[in-house]
Design a binder for this molecule. Structure first.
Ligand code: ATP
Length: 252
């Protein structure tokens, strides 16, 4: 199956079904270290199903998923976390009744208790990337602003020390200024060499941080192209969901 050993993530022929509903169909994609793949598409296009299948939260019906050339198609979530996959899920999944720091420590559950230095180092890294979380470390998560909560969700995912970060609609519900701030932080993260898959329904900021954009339509790839090569016309097609595909359609 593995024909691109340089890819951190390699997905081949992925299909996800819920009973008779086919949410993802025959999807192929590769993501390399330091690369951001943006995934866009209308409601119900299959974006979350793709993310959940990679994370192991949803079972894939057929196809294969490999992380650093290792087949993880059938691996349970915990094994995928240990292998280096982390997710900030749709809805953020932070625990409102816990503090910022407690949420972050939960994200590091895969770090063994005796590895205190690792845990301390990860907390320091999270606060370096998201300084506002350092300022709010003792504050209950339920008192955070929407933008801070979005940052906490991403930071918590980082606590497991991933090589692949999956973000499902990280900027959902944020005002434009907060969306911009969040994506500024994501750009900082990208420079650390993380591979990222970021799902957004629509966001100009996604284009700025992405190396490539995958457009999903009815569970399939409607095109995958270099973000830098997208002109206003192809972007408009992406946003407004016209039938034409953006850019080249090869899965690179
Ligand atoms: P959104 O932007 O609204 O979150 P999406 O692109 O993430 O949409 P999915 O949530 O992956 O799309 O849904 C893809 C299809 O699968 C939709 O038709 C949806 O109704 C269906 N679906 C998703 N989850 C389930 C489920 N647990 N059971 C049955 N059908 C589901």
């Amino acid at each position: 199956m593995v024909d691109n050993p340089a890819a951190v993530l390699q997905v081949r022929g992925l299909t996800v079904r819920y009973g008779s509903v086919r949410a993802v169909h025959g999807l192929n994609l590769d993501v390399s270290a330091g690369e951001v793949l943006g995934v866009i598409g209308a409601n119900g296009a299959g974006k979350s199903s793709l993310v959940n299948a990679i994370a192991g939260a949803t079972r894939s019906s057929s196809g294969s998923i490999a992380l650093n050339s290792r087949d993880i198609t059938k691996a349970p979530v915990t094994e995928r976390v240990r292998a280096g996959i982390a997710v900030s899920p749709e809805g953020r999944g932070i625990l409102a009744g816990m503090t910022v720091e407690e949420n972050l420590r939960l994200g590091a559950y895969s770090v063994r208790r005796r590895d205190r230095n690792v845990l301390g180092g990860r907390l320091a890294e999270a606060f370096a990337i998201f300084p506002v979380l350092g300022e709010r470390r003792s504050q209950m998560a339920q008192t955070l602003s929407g933008g801070e909560a979005a940052m906490l969700s991403v930071a918590r995912a980082l606590m497991s020390g991933p090589c692949l970060l999956l973000l499902d609609e990280p900027s959902l519900g944020l005002a434009p200024i907060m969306r911009q701030r969040l994506f500024e932080r994501i750009a900082v993260l990208k420079r650390t060499g993380l591979a990222m898959v970021i799902v957004e329904q629509r966001a100009a900021e996604l284009l700025e941080v992405s190396d490539r954009l995958l457009q999903m339509r009815r569970g399939e790839s409607a095109g995958i192209g270099r973000a830098a090569e997208m002109d206003a016309e192809s972007l408009a097609r992406l946003y407004f969901g016209a039938a034409a595909a953006p850019g080249p359609s090869a899965p690179s």
